[in-house]
Ligand binder design. Structure first.
Ligand SMILES: NC(=O)c1ccc[n+]([C@@H]2O[C@H](COP(=O)([O-])OP(=O)(O)OC[C@H]3O[C@@H](n4cnc5c(N)ncnc54)[C@H](OP(=O)(O)O)[C@@H]3O)[C@@H](O)[C@H]2O)c1
Length: 222
C-alpha cells in the first residue's frame, strides 16, 4: 500500500509516518502545502529511522501530488481546514482511494478542551460531504497521542477506533492500524457514530492535563 499523510509535517502525521515506516513495508509519502517542507520532514523521518538501523525511503510532495500517488490518504491537518484540503485533492482521488480523517473539532477555555463538532455532526461526516461522492471516507486514530506515536522508544498497548460507512474501507484501515505494533483497532460502525468517537479526544486531553504523569494517556477498551 501507499499511504500519503497530508500535513504529514505536523504532529500526528509524524507519529503515523514513523510508525508505519518502522513497523510495516508500506510506502509512506509526506504531503504538505509546501513541497520543500515535505521533503525536509521526510528526510528528517528517514534519518530517525536510519538511526535505528532501518534504511527506509520516505518521500515528500505537495499535498495534491502525495494524494495522487496514494491508495490511503490520511488528512493529518487541523479540523477547521480539512474541508479545504479535501477539495484541494478532489481531482486526484477516486473510488480506489480511501480518505482517513483523524481530525477532531475542539475548542479550549479555562476549564479545558471541549468537543466542538461541525454542523454536519462530525469531522468524518464533513469530509464525506466535501469529498467526491465515490471516494470512501474512514475516521480513525483520533484518540492517539502524537508524541507517544512519534517516540519509537515507547512501546504501547492501546486501542483506537475506526468509523465510516463502507465496511471494507473500515476493515482495510483497521488492518493498517493494527500493523502498528501495540495498537488494537476496534470497529465503531458507520459514520453516523463518528461524533461519539471523535468526542473521546477532548476527554483524553482533559485527563492528560489534570493528572500528573499522564501526558500521553490513551484508551484501552476491556
Ligand atoms: N496531535 C495529536 O496528538 C493528535 C492526535 C489525534 C488526532 N489529531 C488530529 O489530527 C489533526 C492534525 O493534528 P496535529 O496535531 O498533527 O496538527 P498540527 O501539527 O498543528 O498540523 C498538522 C499540519 O497541518 C498543516 N496545516 C496547518 N494549517 C493548515 C491550513 N490552514 N490548511 C492546510 N493545512 C494546514 C501543516 O502542514 P503544512 O504546513 O506542511 O502544510 C501542519 O504541519 C487534527 O485535526 C487533530 O485533531 C491530533
Amino acid at each position: 500500500m501507499r499511504i500519503a499523510l497530508l500535513g504529514g509535517t505536523g504532529d500526528i502525521g509524524e507519529g503515523l509516518a514513523l510508525r508505519w515506516a518502522y513497523d510495516t513495508d508500506h510506502e509512506v509519502l509526506i504531503g504538505s502545502r509546501d513541497p520543500e517542507k515535505a521533503r525536509a520532514k521526510a528526510e528528517e523521518y528517514e534519518t530517525e529511522l536510519d538511526s535505528r538501523g532501518l534504511d527506509r525511503a520516505v518521500k515528500g510532495f505537495d499535498n495534491e501530488m502525495a494524494a495522487d500517488r496514494a491508495d490511503i490518504v490520511v488528512l493529518a491537518v487541523p479540523a477547521y481546514h480539512i474541508g479545504d484540503v479535501v477539495e484541494g485533492v478532489a481531482d486526484v482521488v477516486d473510488e480506489d482511494t480511501i480518505l482517513v480523517s483523524p481530525a477532531v473539532g475542539m475548542s479550549r477555555d479555562d476549564d479545558g478542551m471541549h468537543y466542538n463538532p461541525p454542523g454536519v455532526g462530525s469531522i468524518t461526516e464533513l469530509v464525506q460531504r466535501r469529498a467526491p461522492e465515490d471516494v470512501r471516507v474512514v475516521g480513525a486514530f483520533h484518540n492517539l497521542a502524537a508524541d507517544r506515536l512519534a517516540n519509537l522508544d515507547v512501546e504501547f498497548d492501546l486501542d483506537t477506533l475506526v468509523v465510516g460507512d463502507d465496511e471494507d474501507a473500515r476493515d482495510l484501515v483497521a488492518d493498517l492500524g493494527a500493523e502498528i505494533e501495540g495498537l488494537r483497532v476496534l470497529d465503531a460502525g458507520p459514520a453516523a457514530n463518528a461524533a461519539e468517537v471523535e468526542s473521546v479526544t477532548p476527554l483524553v486531553i482533559n485527563i492528560a492535563m489534570n493528572n500528573d504523569g499522564m501526558h500521553d494517556v490513551g484508551v484501552r477498551y476491556l
